[in-house]
Design a protein around this ligand. Structure first.
Ligand code: ATP
Ligand code: MG
Length: 560
């Protein structure tokens, strides 16, 4: 198949074309894919692309997708990661049914196949140090050099390999290598390591094994054992494909999977590397794997991002063979678009400024009806308490209004949503000259926020009644990195955004938000989408901003 991307119907890509063609030609009876994470960290949004592709293809073509843990390096792997990966794949909306597998399920078979290679003279035990092996591997322009141990007899190799397995040798002192070609143009074929001695208990096999297969030796054979038809991975494995095929050619495997490579997801302002994400967690540069600023599925979930939005995002970015970087704004757009249809509306004042209605009787309150979703009458209404004292957003007032600022300022009339027209009469300042209170009047004939005589106001503001406001902390998140290409200057830590978290205390929220179920996202009108964070206490709820609304005022300012 040509490498050229041709026009396709929506929802199709070169992988789906290959699968459709293979099924049509009867090259496979059904499609079987797998998602093969190494449990050495939490899943990130790049993995979501791979999950949506592997499970998506299987679902669309009536096949199945396995979840297989590539658990071949116990020195770096942990049960915490295994658990989080299962939870995250489920949360994203996919189900592997009975097909939960582990490379470690096949350790016995893989070992037997390694002995098969030894017996057929295609593998040998090498005593070189890691450093010697690195030097003798050569470079892209220079061939490698054969190890002095390359021509050991089959008997000696078998004996040494069995002793490696028995734990007779120190970790790192020997490896089993395939005997392919130290001068191969493809470095992956220069006698790659098959087995290493690692002294660490394995989360699943405990102390049974002293030696562990390499990724390359485990992966394709695991695919073959499971009857995977299309082994879909990212482009960096393209150069491993000849080795993948060499193993299938030289071992008595029960099936012949094929590997296909697609471009990994790269996102602006984001690093999608488990190594770096692990460092961020270990160095305390974030609060944990589920820090809402992290591109992990756990972080995105905690921030309030719905799985439907991630799936839609993955669909829109598509699957191609050329590497590229997706603008983070595309992700925000998908999140907003989904939440706009499902999130109920609420009112919350993040930077409160007190309003006193001078002509409203003291001790008098009215119930105001507010709509839960403007496009979905079935979601009903709720009651808000309106009285003499209210909170409005500090940003909605300017003592000396700039041009085109249509909100509150002295003498100006605005609508308070669902309630009344109010006019700012004067301001109260503190000793430092800061405005701390607005003295306003309301028009009793404008109840419900309706104009009594056809006169217009230029702004409708959200508000919260002071009598029953809920005090809360609200956390506003921005990109974790300030640089759209973090790390491009060498040190990614320098690119961290110092303003990636702004925690606002003393925010005033409408009281219904006290009962918001965990995981439910609401729109704070004119602000964005928010959900309750698990740091909440009974005394102080904490809300996360999932994503902001596009701020027309800020946009207009930026243009001016
Ligand atoms: P990282 O590069 O973050 O360390 P990895 O490739 O080592 O990731 P694995 O657990 O081996 O992590 O990944 C499981 C699967 O997810 C692999 O098939 C891999 O190709 C795929 N994957 C990893 N990162 C991305 C990404 N950014 N975009 C698409 N797929 C990805
Ligand atoms: Mg990997």
């Amino acid at each position: 198949m040509a490498d050229v991307e041709t026009a396709r119907e929506p929802g199709r890509d070169f992988i789906r074309d290959i699968v459709a063609e293979d099924l049509a030609q009867g090259r496979c009876a059904g499609v079987v894919t797998r998602f093969p994470p190494e449990p050495n960290g939490y899943l990130h949004i790049g993995h979501a692309k791979s999950i949506c592709l592997n499970f998506g293809v299987a679902g669309e073509f009536g096949g199945r997708c396995h979840l297989r843990f590539d658990d071949t390096n116990p020195a770096k792997e942990a049960q915490e990661y295994i658990d989080s990966i299962e939870a995250d794949v489920r949360w994203l909306g996919f189900d592997w049914g009975v097909h939960l597998h582990h490379a470690s399920d096949y350790f016995g078979q893989l070992y037997a196949w390694a002995e098969h290679l030894v017996l057929s003279g295609k593998a040998y035990v090498d005593d070189q140090s890691a450093e010697e092996m690195r030097i003798n591997r050569g470079t892209l322009t220079e061939p490698g050099r054969n190890s002095a141990f390359r021509d050991r007899s089959v008997e000696e190799n078998l004996d040494l390999f069995r002793k490696m397995r028995a734990g007779d040798f120190a970790p790192g002192s020997r490896v089993l290598r395939a005997k392919i070609d130290m001068a191969a143009g493809n470095i992956n074929l220069r006698d790659p390591a098959l087995y290493r001695i690692i002294d660490a208990p394995h989360p699943r096999t405990g102390d049974t094994w002293k030696i562990y297969p390499s990724y390359d030796f485990a992966h394709g054979q695991s695919d073959a054992i499971e009857g995977i038809t299309h082994s879909i991975c990212t482009l960096e494995f393209e150069d491993h494909r000849p080795l993948y095929e060499w193993f299938l050619d030289n071992l008595p495997v029960p099936a012949r999977p094929r590997q296909y490579e697609f471009a990994r997801l790269n996102l602006t302002y984001t690093l999608l590397s488990k190594r770096i994400l692990t460092e961020l967690v270990r160095k305390g540069l974030v609060t944990g794997w589920d820090d809402p600023r992290m591109p992990t599925l756990a972080g995105l979930r905690r921030r309030g991002v719905p799985p439907e939005a991630l799936r839609e995002f993955c669909k829109r970015i598509g699957v191609a063979k050329a590497n590229s970087t997706v603008d983070y704004a595309m992700l925000d757009f998908a999140i907003r678009e989904h939440l706009n249809t499902v999130a109920q509306r609420r009112m919350a004042v993040l930077r409160p400024l007190r309003v006193v209605l001078e002509n409203w009787p003291e001790g008098h309150f009215e119930e105001i009806e507010a709509v839960n979703h403007p496009d979905d009458p079935a979601s009903g209404t709720r009651k808000l308490v309106f009285g003499r004292e209210l909170w409005v957003e500090r940003d909605d007032f300017m003592e000396h209004p700039a041009k085109k600022f249509y909100r509150l300022s002295p003498g100006k009339e605005v609508r308070l949503r669902y309630a009344y027209f109010v006019t700012c009469k004067s301001v109260v300042k503190d000793a430092s000259g800061e405005v701390v209170e607005l003295r306003c009047t309301y028009d009793p004939a404008s109840r419900g926020g309706n104009s009594p005589d056809g006169r217009k106001v230029q702004a409708t503001l959200h508000w919260v009644g002071a009598s029953d406001a809920l005090d809360a902390e609200v956390r506003l998140y921005d990109h974790l990195f300030a640089n759209p290409a973090p790390g491009s200057g060498g040190d990614y830590a320098k690119d961290l955004n110092p303003n990636s978290l702004v925690a606002l205390k003393g925010c005033k929220l409408e009281p219904s938000l006290a009962a918001l179920p965990t995981g439910e996202v609401v729109q704070f009108e004119r602000q964005g989408y928010f959900c309750l964070d698990r740091d909440s206490t009974p005394a102080t709820p904490v809300f996360n901003r999932t994503v902001g609304l596009r701020d027309m005022w800020a946009k207009a300012q930026a243009k001016a």
